[in-house]
Design a protein around this ligand. Structure first.
Ligand code: F6P
Length: 513
């Protein structure tokens, strides 16, 4: 039996009947760890599918690839780097090898430097230029230097201190202007977060923020109100930020995998040392689980391989992530970068073209809001879109309303799967729409770290099956280069372009005078 035949067999089955015929369906198709329950019983799979998928993973040498990742080998071959994010959350004693070098001491040093700085800001030991304790933290960064910290700070709101966190990413000047409106700059610390310290958006926003501080508080105040997170010491120095206020990480940490590094400085400032360490330790638990659990109990491997079955054999194109947890509202946006920047590729590691579909379109919004927007399409649209539901058993807030939230999450998952017969075709629900369900006790720093790391590993496993490099992102280059070439047109210089680009440019220049 091949996976192609298996897909047509699964298409001929309805999940409602599968559940009716097998009272042990949930028992047999869920994983329970001490921290999390992962229910995958509502997927169009069974024992046969899983053994075929496991066989595929073996054929693609998943175990060897995992070993190479955690051994710090240069798995990012197109950039000749390791993908060493796992090392940032390893609290063991053994040498921590990345690219043949023990990086444990460096990681510890930079993390401690950032944590100490953060604690000193939190407790008012480090003060602003005018001697006031800081109240506002503005992180200026984009992509991995924004999405992770912004998402995590929002998710862990119950653990945050008196400091108010803000995030500016877009080169659109409105973002910085609107964020800083009403902020007392004399109580505001800016973090310039950029792995390369060359990213156009971040550099322009950072320069604008610097100019704002210099004009409101005086040039001498700038050094007290800025710090930086980067791999590029020279560029940080050139910007005028002192090395004592620069927190370093390394090329072997990819941008979208960097929240565990000092890119998490805004998280450290928001939730403090102990909570940040718990966040890392949650991810470390997920690493351990991924390394050691057998396939049938391995949450990221199951997520990945079921996703491969859907993408390549059932031909599903999208994957929705629907946290029934308002504080996870930025998780879909975070996962869009993690998954789509990693696996949105058409060329294999060896340079040849892929012969199957790769990364799915990832999207989502928190429930119950999504129910009043796009759930219509999930239930009755012509595309079958698998869903990841996520919910906490306990809320940090009102338990009674939390029950309503949970009932909705369960109700949606059940009705997508079961559907409903009806004489009126408009009111008929086909059902047979698959979903996973993550149930965790409560959204703590540790649980959040674990969840993110599960998704990181899911993305990695899929890249192994598709033989693509999950750790480069050449696809972000072309549009940015084109923008750079077109920019001089706004100063009246001649540029070349297709008729659409030139037509739009001419209209813009005419209208702008
Ligand atoms: O969009 C491309 C990208 O390189 C991302 O991979 C990265 O997270 C983002 O830009 C920001 O890069 P940097 O941290 O170097 O400013």
């Amino acid at each position: 039996m091949s996976l192609i035949h298996e897909a047509s067999r699964q298409k001929s089955l309805h999940l409602r009947d599968v559940f009716a015929q097998d009272p042990a369906r949930f028992t047999n198709f869920h994983v329970k760890t001490p921290d999390m329950l992962f229910d995958y019983s509502r997927h169009k799979i069974d024992e046969t599918t899983l053994s075929l998928l496991e066989k595929l993973a073996v054929e693609k040498k998943l175990a060897a690839h995992k070993h190479a990742l955690f051994a710090g080998e240069r798995v990012n071959s197109t950039e000749n780097r390791a993908a060493g994010h796992f090392a940032l959350r390893d609290f063991g004693d053994a040498p921590l090898m990345v690219e043949g070098r023990d990086v444990r001491a460096d990681i510890h040093y930079e993390r401690e430097k950032a944590l100490t700085f953060a604690e000193n800001i939190r407790h008012g030991v480090i003060k602003s230029a005018s001697g006031k304790p800081f109240k506002n933290i503005v992180n200026i960064g984009i992509g991995g230097s924004d999405l992770g910290p912004a998402f995590v700070v929002k998710a862990l709101k119950p653990y945050t201190s008196h400091l108010k966190s803000y995030f500016v990413s877009n080169v659109d000047p409105s973002h910085l202007a609107d964020t800083c409106e009403g902020l007392d700059l004399s109580e505001t610390l800016f973090i310039v977060a950029s792995k390369t310290f060359t990213t156009l958006e971040t550099m322009l926003n950072a320069k604008a923020a610097r100019a704002m501080v210099a004009s409101k508080l005086g040039e001498a105040a700038v050094s007290a109100h800025f710090c930086a997170v980067s791999t590029n010491i020279a560029a940080v120095n050139a910007f005028g930020i002192d090395e004592t206020r620069m927190f370093r990480f390394w090329d072997f940490v990819g941008g979208r995998y960097s929240v565990w590094s000092v890119v998490g400085l805004s998280v450290m400032l928001a939730i403090g040392r102990d909570n940040f360490i718990s966040f890392l330790k949650g991810a470390q638990k997920a690493d351990q689980h991924f390394k050691t659990a057998p396939f049938r109990d391995n949450i990221p491997e199951l997520m990945a391989m079921i996703g491969v079955f859907y993408r390549n054999f059932m031909k599903y194109e999208a994957q929705a992530v629907l946290p029934f947890d308002e504080r996870l509202s930025r998780f879909p946006a975070y996962l869009q970068q993690l998954d789509m920047e990693s696996n949105g590729k058409s060329v294999k590691i060896d340079g040849s073209r892929v012969t199957c579909e790769t990364g799915a379109v990832i999207w989502g919004e928190p429930g119950t809001n999504g129910q009043h927007a796009f759930f219509q399409l999930l239930h009755q649209g012509t595309s079958n879109i698998p869903v990841d539901f996520l919910a906490g058993i306990e809320s940090h807030d009102d338990p009674a309303r939390h029950e309503v939230l949970l009932a909705n999450a369960l109700g949606q998952a059940a009705s997508l799967m079961q559907g409903r017969a009806h004489d009126n075709p408009h009111r008929r629900f086909d059902g047979d729409r698959p979903s996973s369900f993550f149930l965790y006790q409560k959204l703590t720093p540790e649980i959040l770290g674990m969840l993110i790391a599960f998704y990181e590993h899911k993305v990695f496993v899929q890249s192994v099956i598709w033989e693509i490099n999950a750790f480069d992102q050449w696809g972000v280059e072309l549009g940015k280069e084109m923008a750079t070439k077109l920019l001089p047109a706004f100063k009246g210089e001649d540029v070349a372009g297709d008729s659409s680009t030139m037509g739009l440019l001419n209209t813009l220049n005419l209208q702008r005078g």
